[in-house]
Design a protein around this ligand. Structure first.
Ligand code: ADP
Length: 401
């Protein structure tokens, strides 16, 4: 068969065209690789890969700058030598789980740097390759997030300081009100004691019942005055508030046990109804104090009620806050008392002191929250307050979990 020169030319042209296309595709690939490398270099990310067993097979050059160690030290499972001892076990568990399930991996931990100090870093990875792909099944990145962590710490410290300042100024206002109102029982004490002295100076045997009554009144007022001072001092001398991430339902349960462990609570049914887990930034002792005050008020209010039950609920509040409500089956708060119940020394109870709710308000506001009466709830009383939510620290759950 004789080759047709026209066919040869056509085939040659086709080959040349394919070559050109191939070259163009390779050029595009080079460009996109170049771009990818450039982007990675510009960002603070360190790329890495792992095989299907989860052994690291390659890591970006910046890892060497971070750790001061040769890249080989990142390979296989050797990288664990650079993980903070406290973070190692949960990190390995999370990575093993991801490798086992094939789900996305995300985790924060502290990595030892070239100078021996630890820095927070954030790793994420996803399974991309097919399991037969050998040493590149997992593709991931590592990011230095130390500055973000420091900024978050600084923000938390600033919040605590701010809360401390607002608490101090609230205490100043309260101290002024207390100083003013303490005058009342103290003046009464002085008058009764003076009266007693006059009587003692009188005829022997005369006026004894009046004397006893006067001393009784003096005694009662002294106890009342000193109790007010004691309660306030207890709060003031507790020092600055120290907020930590606290499990709110657990804190409420604890406060409930505390408050119900009192003879006056006999026959009262107290239930906690949390709406799932809610973590808040709170000073445990002080928020427990708030809850104990609210529960004790509810118990006192229900003294004459046929049904004596308390329900404490948690639910999502405004964005960034968790809301707690304490409801009782007592007579409720009369509308004329409502605007004043958080004022220092306001009380409608014969044996009340009127410091409980004002301290509650001070503590809640020092935490950045608010406290109020829920006028719509009823027929008993419902007091609500908010606390700032503490986001889950450090770790994002793996996708699909
Ligand atoms: P105290 O209990 O010593 O009176 P508080 O500051 O704790 O002081 O409360 C102030 C007032 O608020 C109480 O005297 C009462 O009138 C009202 N109050 C508080 N809690 C309740 C409640 N659960 N039901 C009805 N009234 C309440």
């Amino acid at each position: 068969m004789i080759a047709d020169p026209a066919d040869d030319a056509r085939i040659a042209a086709e080959i040349a065209e394919r070559d050109a296309e191939l070259e163009q595709a390779q050029e595009q690939l080079r460009e996109s690789e170049e771009l990818y490398r450039h982007v990675i270099e510009l960002s603070s990310l360190v790329p890495w890969t792992a095989d299907r067993e989860g052994r690291v097979t390659a890591v970006g050059k910046r890892w060497r700058e971070w750790t001061g160690a040769p890249l080989q030290r990142a390979l296989g499972t050797d990288w664990v030598d650079f993980v903070h001892p406290e973070d190692l076990e949960p990190l390995l568990q999370a990575w093993t789980r991801a490798v086992w399930t094939g789900r996305r991996f995300e985790r924060e931990w502290r990595m030892r740097g070239a100078d021996g100090s630890y820095r927070w870093c954030y790793a994420r990875a996803a399974k991309r390759g097919d399991p037969s792909a050998g040493d590149r099944v997992w593709y991931g990145t590592l990011e230095d997030i130390q500055e973000r962590h420091e900024a978050e710490d600084a923000y938390r410290r600033a919040q605590t300081e701010l809360a401390h300042v607002s608490r101090l100024s609230a205490m100043g206002a309260m101290a002024t009100a207390i100083a003013h109102d303490l005058n009342q029982p103290l003046t009464a004490i002085a008058q009764y004691v003076r009266g007693c002295k006059r009587m003692l100076g009188g005829v022997e045997g005369a006026g004894k019942p009046d004397l006893a009554e006067g001393l009784e009144e003096a005694d009662r007022n002294t106890v009342r005055a000193s109790e007010i001072v004691r309660r306030v001092r207890e709060f003031v001398t507790r020092g600055t508030i120290e907020t930590r991430r606290e499990n709110l339902p657990a804190l409420i349960e604890e406060a409930c046990r505390f408050a119900m462990n009192d003879p006056s609570a006999a026959g009262v049914d107290c239930r906690v109804r949390p709406d799932g887990d809610c973590f808040v930034f709170a000073d445990r002792i002080q928020i427990r104090q708030v809850l104990v005050n609210l529960i004790r008020n509810a118990i006192a209010a229900m003294e004459q009620s046929p049904k004596r039950s308390i329900v404490i609920r948690t639910e999502p509040g405004p964005p960034g806050y968790c809301e707690v409500s304490v409801s009782d089956t007592g007579p409720g708060i009369p509308p004329e008392a409502a605007p004043r119940i958080f004022d220092p020394l306001y009380t409608t109870r014969a044996d009340g002191m009127g410091v409980g709710l004002s301290i509650c308000r001070m503590i809640v506001e020092a935490h950045g929250g608010t406290i109020w009466i829920d006028a719509k709830a009823g027929p008993g009383a419902t007091i609500r307050f908010t606390l700032p939510v503490a986001p889950v620290d450090g770790q994002a759950p793996a996708a699909g979990e």
